[in-house]
Write a protein that binds this ligand. Structure first.
Ligand code: XMP
Length: 326
């Protein structure tokens, strides 16, 4: 019979066999998947694992802090923080095609990991053993939707699956590859991952980079980050966090519409709210949020975020829409 305890034990054993005496790094995003993968590998190989938190500048407000405070405090894992925001912004400059953006982000992640792996070894004069394994929190739906499953179409390149460069220097360790999100959560609780992380709503690895429709720039990121924070604050205040699967907030950066604020005409951008209900992200329905909550979010975003004069609600299920817009 399937129990989270059995599954955790079995997967830890598999990781131990795969990595042997080797060393690994794990990109930690603060999300459920990478946190559970990291906890599992730490259990398997202890301090031969180093976690790397990449600040790619595409994070939401408060995310770096959460990783440090919640995850590191609970697991004592060895964490390296890399500020790579300028590197990612430069690489994304001028790009607006969704798949191109995803591939660039995937490639830059790997570059950061490669550099981090060299730095880790260089810092320990006693140890010359290279870091050859890269841990990723890839789940079964990611594999399927990136075209890795049997007979599946390539819907989008999840940065941790289809978006990897061909000349990857690492051997991948993907202990969650056969699991769905609810199973990952149960296994995570079994491994002692804090509840604040286990019950977090999914957030994609490419972050806000795929929630700006159009080119990613520092100014646009600032707008989206502010709008996203307001939506999250109001959903939490209304006690709705566990009722929705996630609520992407999307900036239509190349669209403008006319509005009126104060006594002046505005010509600003729309923000899209995309609240969804789902069991496993493979299919989803739009969440019927209470109108007063939607009104509050809309009022606050248009009042508090410069350059946004309209908030729209996405009422599309998956399929035909995907959860994220890119
Ligand atoms: P879609 O947009 O494909 O999203 O319906 C399904 C789920 O996956 C998340 N998502 C990602 N997660 N790397 C991730 O780790 C990615 O590249 C990625 N793209 C989408 C999305 O937020 C949703 O939960």
């Amino acid at each position: 019979t399937w129990t989270a305890a059995n599954m955790a034990e079995e997967l830890v054993e598999q990781v131990r066999e795969q990595i042997g005496e080797g060393r690994a790094i794990c990109g930690l995003s603060g999300g459920v998947d990478s946190s559970v993968a990291a906890a599992m590998v730490q259990k398997a190989i202890g301090d031969r694992l180093t976690c790397v938190f990449v600040d790619h500048g595409l994070l939401r407000a408060g995310e770096a802090e959460q990783v440090k405070e919640d995850f590191v405090a609970a697991t004592g894992v060895d964490l390296v923080v890399v500020d790579a925001s300028q590197q990612f912004l430069d690489a994304l400059a001028g790009q607006s095609d969704p798949e191109t953006k995803r591939k660039i982000i995937g490639r830059e992640f790997i570059r950061v990991f490669e550099q981090a792996a060299r730095d880790i070894v260089g810092a320990e004069s006693s140890s010359e053993h290279p870091v050859e394994f890269l841990v990723q929190g890839t789940l079964y739906p990611d594999v399927v939707e990136s075209g890795g499953g049997t007979g599946a179409a390539n819907i989008k390149s999840h940065h941790n699956v289809g978006g990897l460069p061909d000349d990857l220097q690492f051997t991948l360790v993907e202990p969650l590859r056969s699991l769905f999100k609810d199973e990952v959560r149960q296994v995570g609780l079994e491994l002692g991952v804090p509840e604040a992380i286990v019950w977090r709503q999914p957030f994609p690895g490419p972050g806000l980079g795929i929630r700006i429709i159009g080119e990613v720039t520092a100014e646009r990121l600032e707008i989206l980050r502010a709008a996203d924070l307001i939506a999250r604050e109001e959903l939490t205040a209304a006690g709705l966090d566990r009722d929705i699967w996630q609520c992407p907030v999307v900036l239509l950066a190349d669209v403008r519409s006319v509005g009126v604020q104060g006594d002046g005409r505005t010509y600003g951008h729309p923000i899209v709210l995309r609240p969804v209900s789902s069991e496993d992200a493979m299919t989803a329905d739009w969440t019927r949020l209470p109108y007063d909550v939607l009104a509050k979010i809309s009022n606050r975003i248009t009042n508090e975020v410069a350059d946004v004069n309209r908030v729209v609600l996405d009422v599309t299920s998956k399929p035909p829409g995907t959860i994220e817009w890119e």
